[in-house]
Design a protein around this ligand. Sequence first.
Ligand SMILES: Nc1nc2c(c(=O)[nH]1)N[C@H]1C(S)=C(S)[C@@H](COP(=O)(O)OP(=O)(O)OC[C@H]3O[C@@H](n4cnc5c(=O)[nH]c(N)nc54)[C@H](O)[C@@H]3O)O[C@H]1N2
Ligand SMILES: Nc1nc2c(c(=O)[nH]1)N[C@H]1C(S)=C(S)[C@@H](COP(=O)(O)OP(=O)(O)OC[C@H]3O[C@@H](n4cnc5c(=O)[nH]c(N)nc54)[C@H](O)[C@@H]3O)O[C@H]1N2
Ligand code: SF4
Ligand SMILES: [Mo]
Length: 863
Amino acid sequence: MSPVRTTCAYCGVGCGVLATPGEGRSVTIAGDPDHPANAGRLCSKGTHLGETVGLEGRLLHPMIGQRQANWNKALDLVARKFARTISKYGPDSVAFYVSGQLLTEDYYVANKLMKGFIGSGNIDTNSRLCMSSAVAGHIRALGEDVVPATYDDLDAADLIILIGSNTAWCHPIVYQRIQAAREKRGTKLVVVDPRRTETCENADLHIALKPGTDIALMNGLLAHCRRSGVLDETYLKRSVEVPSNFWSSLDNADLWTTAKTCDVPASDLATLFDWFAATPRTVTLFSQGINQSVRGTDQVNAITNLHLATGRVGKPGAAPFSITGQPNAMGGREVGGLASTLAAHMDFAPENVERVGRFWSAERMATKPGLKAVDLFRAIRRGEIKALWVMATNPAVSLPDVARVRDALGRCEFLVVSDVVSETDTSHYAHVRLPAAAWGEKDGTVTNSERLISRQRAFFPLPGEAKPDWWIVSQVAQRMGWHDAFNYHHPADIWREHARLSTYENDGRRLFALPGHSGALTRTYDSMTPFRWGGQPFADGTFPTSTGKARLVTVRQPPLEHKSAFPLTLNTGRYRDQWHSMTRTGLSPKLARHRDEPRVEVHPRDGTAARLVDGGLAKVTTAVGESLFRVSLVESQRRGELFVPIHWTDQQSTGGRAGKLTRPLTDPISGQPGFKSTPAAVSPQPVDWRGFLILHGETSVRPDCLWATRVKVQGGTLFEVAGLGSADALRACLPKGELIELSDPARGTQRTAVMKDGRLAAVMFLTRDGELPTRDWLIERLDQPHGYEILAGLPAGPVRARGTLVCVCFDVGATTIMDAIADQRLTTVAEVGTALRAGTNCGSCRPAIAKLLQQVKEPANAA
Ligand SMILES: Nc1nc2c(c(=O)[nH]1)N[C@H]1C(S)=C(S)[C@@H](COP(=O)(O)OP(=O)(O)OC[C@H]3O[C@@H](n4cnc5c(=O)[nH]c(N)nc54)[C@H](O)[C@@H]3O)O[C@H]1N2
Ligand SMILES: Nc1nc2c(c(=O)[nH]1)N[C@H]1C(S)=C(S)[C@@H](COP(=O)(O)OP(=O)(O)OC[C@H]3O[C@@H](n4cnc5c(=O)[nH]c(N)nc54)[C@H](O)[C@@H]3O)O[C@H]1N2
Ligand code: SF4
Ligand SMILES: [Mo]
């Protein structure tokens, strides 16, 4: 079969993918060389998409409670319950909570139903947790939520500042593009992040600022530009409104004060200041370290201030650049899927409500913004919102303070969840579960970080009774009585309407517009090639505000929180090879091995002070909850700070739960939660025993003990376990078969293997204070014939563990790489690639290899 051109399921880089379906549900994945976002490259997650498209765990039929139902019944029930709730309690008693992982067409229909026909603004999205500070910052500064940059600007820049972004892990193909620019034109790269992430490995400067001091940094930088005479006075006069107190608010922002507030060496800061002042072609790229803060909007404006005042916007290689997280975060913004926006980049101004109402022939337009995510779940908990429909997001994991969110979900009178997988922490509470079409089965458009619209295309038939999200929502709308307004037969019908609304009574004041698409034939839609809307925005120095000018916004660095019972600051974020709540990446044995357990990263000196042991367990506690993590003592953390990943859920683990720890505190303007900064404490968690289980094939067992994390491995499942008291209960996890056992009471070691028809079906190795072998050899032995020798856990000859997995494409570990560097005197990432192939496929691990090279070179500074 010839390859189908589609777009990656994951991040906002929006890479083009060539998918060639094979037998059954198999597919061969390659980067699309003709796609402008990636020119054929894919990162580790994109490369391994083929491992994640099986039907394991999929929701394939509508479910009412635990009973399978047909579509008719399920849709009727949803329509009836929503209609009844609305007629009894009014439109604001219902809500949708949707996602940047919906396609634009899905999003458009959901937004139209809620805001035009149900008549409430209560549709919010997980983009509230992700981009809403950028949206609010753009509207304040530029007049419209238009990202003023593209990836081409990264190619054309002489200085790139990555602030609050772990680009090497979260937007790897953009990171590779930045590295290419460094090689080609010597672009300087600065990373501003409290952690020394792998993004810093190939950077010219790392500013490890104290978290939450970004405003001080940006204001210091702007004050320096002013002193150095690099403000663009002509541009300021012509194109920017400046509040009267603006310049005086920067009076104290000298180098020394800034260095002190940010807790960074003044010499490093001086370097950054000089580079910035001297480099007109500067891009400042930011993401969650800026957005996810209780002062996120001000932080975004601190960045836009800097660019506006120096005239570095609307020109090649010069712009503030909010990089988006999800594949269609931008499409959601374009349709207006946030509770605070209406549709097609219009807000709730009365003339917009009237205009959109006319366009939709809407029966009952919402006239004011709805509740933002955190407030929405508060209202559900208070019983004010009685019916909720969740689509393509997992709020029981990803909202702050999930204990309260779960309480709200449990109290909700009617909860509908549309998802592709059957069991999620959220769907656990659902009254109705609706099976949605997944990536590879659904059809529509997505917009990436740089306003580039691409098609996602189906290459598999719909499995079971799964249906596209747009179809599900339209069916419910029709059954609620709005047949004509939701009579769509193909995503192209919705696309044309979306395009028509974007140009409807638009005299150019709304930059978001898709001229030429409202009449697109379905055939043309199907063969659509990627295109960007908006061109080079703001190139003429005018902005979509009432005066035509952009705005500087006075922003001040507030004092940081004073903590007593919780002396540390907890930061949360992402791992390179996992995606959010792991419903997809968790299915790939290769991706799972990069980090197979949730770790709390702690500076070694803080670790010692708290009596933590590297590789042991620790409990992280905050004002709202606690959770266990595996300890990782690393110099890459600043002192006083902890970092934990966001990916683990009830489905994979008893611990490692970031969502239990974060508080529901939000930015007053955007409503985005401050996920990156929670006062916390950490203490060691003693255990009586620890070990692992490896089971062949698929399994639904859940070990019942203090610590149990599961990961998919080649041919089976690996559980890391630890506990208190007796470990006997774990035996219930073993399958039936012939047991071979070995025990060493002196060390409290118990090793058990289960054979089925002479082949290895399971192993369980537990110990109190003995050694445990590496898991890899045992994993490879699954389903092989074995005898007692399996209980050694190692082959008979000499072995070398490969260490933590670095290159998932070629299965190369850190120890193997370090040995090769030392033995073969390798000095560059390319030489390591030639020797071991590591880093030569997707390239996501190249920063990690660079870090290992550095460690071999400077063992004293090794992390
Ligand atoms: N591998 C992978 N990639 C992903 C995702 C994924 O789940 N996995 N998710 C996607 C999504 S939806 C998103 S939103 C993006 C997120 O992409 P990123 O924003 O790059 O990812 P995060 O790890 O959330 O956080 C970024 C960095 O902010 C830093 N930070 C914390 N506090 C501060 C601070 O006060 N100031 C500054 N300057 N920095 C701070 C953190 O230390 C962290 O390294 O990634 C996308 N890409
Ligand atoms: N502490 C902390 N919390 C965070 C963050 C953080 O940095 N720190 N980051 C926040 C950010 S930026 C984000 S974006 C969120 C992400 O958080 P979530 O959106 O909750 O995470 P996902 O796991 O991506 O959830 C997507 C769900 O949709 C399902 N799904 C996938 N495709 C489809 C589809 O086509 N249709 C339907 N109906 N369902 C589908 C998946 O199976 C999965 O259950 O987490 C936020 N939470
Ligand atoms: S960078 Fe990776 S995860 Fe993001 S779109 Fe490209 S291939 Fe997919
Ligand atoms: Mo996100």
